[in-house]
Write a protein that binds this ligand. Sequence first.
Ligand code: NAP
Length: 223
Amino acid sequence: MDSLRTAVVTGATSGIGREVALQLAELGWRVIAIGRDREALAELSRRSERLVPHAADLLTDEIEELIPARVDALVPAAGISPSTGVEETTPGEWERVFALNVTAGAALARHALPALRAARGTIVFVNSGAGTAARPRNTPYAASKHALRALANGLRVEEEGHGVRVSTVYPGPTDTPMFDGDVDRAALIRPASVAAAVVMAITASDDVQLTDIHVRPRRELSW
Ligand SMILES: NC(=O)c1ccc[n+]([C@@H]2O[C@H](COP(=O)([O-])OP(=O)(O)OC[C@H]3O[C@@H](n4cnc5c(N)ncnc54)[C@H](OP(=O)(O)O)[C@@H]3O)[C@@H](O)[C@H]2O)c1
């Protein structure tokens, strides 16, 4: 089998996922970097030959084809965050946010499990502060992230006999294109700081799993 430790990272074209991909490549990992934005993928692959771009839309493409033979880490970081409440959210929009934020991660995990078990690997779900506390401004997003927390916690128990670790990182407001809140952007978390927490979960000592890591801005913000 390929001797390079291999990670599959979604959302690798922007923000937190991109930083995870860069940091793992810097540590010598091969990274299957997934996203739709081909230009961003090309730019990423120029940074390191260990960054292997794979253009895919997680809502329409075949998930199984994204998983290589060796997988030591899986990081579902792709997500969407519609700023809508229940009153204006259509059933189609509910389906879309759950399909990307929950179902795609579950499908990736499902197809990667045999390789992850063989590698005694780690899954790190990128959740959100909205995964534990719902605020009125984006209830469908918060509902999807609550579901993602349940997915991670359930999968961890399912996998306890198989050697796969399951972690969740809960970022607070982070300076990426996704965050459009009306706050001083200098007060936001840097995406590289969230990525460092993801990498910490992946590289944790073999005898432990870091189940839940909350990453909050140094000066607390009400987001
Ligand atoms: N920013 C924050 O304040 C914040 C806070 C808490 C949690 N989070 C979570 O952190 C994760 C990363 O978010 P971010 O802030 O880094 O956002 P971002 O910069 O907007 O990145 C979102 C990523 O999702 C990918 N994506 C979106 N739709 C996709 C699709 N249909 N198929 C494949 N990939 C798709 C995008 O890639 P393409 O456009 O190339 O497809 C992009 O790489 C998300 O799960 C988000 O919920 C963010």
